[in-house]
Design a protein around this ligand. Sequence first.
Ligand SMILES: NC(=O)c1ccc[n+]([C@@H]2O[C@H](COP(=O)([O-])OP(=O)(O)OC[C@H]3O[C@@H](n4cnc5c(N)ncnc54)[C@H](OP(=O)(O)O)[C@@H]3O)[C@@H](O)[C@H]2O)c1
Length: 221
Amino acid sequence: MPPESLIGFIGGTGPEGLGLALRFALSKLKVVIGSRSIENAELAVEKIQSKVPDGLISYGLNKEVAEKCDPVFIAVPYQAQQSTLQELRDSLVNKTVISVVAPLKFEKGVAMSQKVPAGSAALEAAQILDKSTVASGFHNISARDLLDPDALIDSDVIVFSDNDECKSITMELAKLLRGARAIDGGGLVNSRYTEDLTALLLNINKTYKAHSAIRITGIKI
Ligand SMILES: NC(=O)c1ccc[n+]([C@@H]2O[C@H](COP(=O)([O-])OP(=O)(O)OC[C@H]3O[C@@H](n4cnc5c(N)ncnc54)[C@H](OP(=O)(O)O)[C@@H]3O)[C@@H](O)[C@H]2O)c1
């Protein structure tokens, strides 16, 4: 990825997109926070600018961000994914798109994974964005840890893509999270395993009042 690349975040005002943007800004990359509302985007940027005063952080409406950035992170709730991607499809042609979307629902305070007809949120994104290259990952990292610039990211980031260059860009970004390892999880068909695991981690967090994450053992990187 060229160092001058603009990294965009669709739904970047939420904790996950904003947390990743903060971390990449700490690594001196240029990030652009996207939102449906320019006021929301501006407020979100103010939040992270206070933590990364010299960060190269800008903002815009989701469509503007999709048009000018590459790579582009998709960080909206699963329930908003289809409509959001359909609207942005043409702006994302020939770009690297990275989905962090985990299809979740909550019943009586318990997190559950939601069944996706395409097999996973990432496969659904790739079906809609058939002229983009799609990767997925970062599903198992706590946004709260990402938003604390001093917190070590004690986790593996398993990355999935059917395109080698797209996977490699995503893994390079994952390695910028201090403490994290990037692991090649294979094709998008495997994304559902870490997407679903997010629900389990949220329930474990509740029991232990913690920010749980995952590590893969038995491999040498
Ligand atoms: N939070 C975590 O710890 C975590 C960890 C791993 C993965 N994830 C995944 O990352 C994604 C983002 O998580 P999050 O916690 O940051 O989510 P969130 O706060 O619920 O939503 C992120 C942003 O999406 C936009 N949005 C909400 N509803 C929308 C709709 N109906 N249509 C279009 N945009 C909408 C909002 O931005 P505007 O209102 O500004 O447009 C919102 O700030 C989710 O898919 C989640 O499963 C989250």
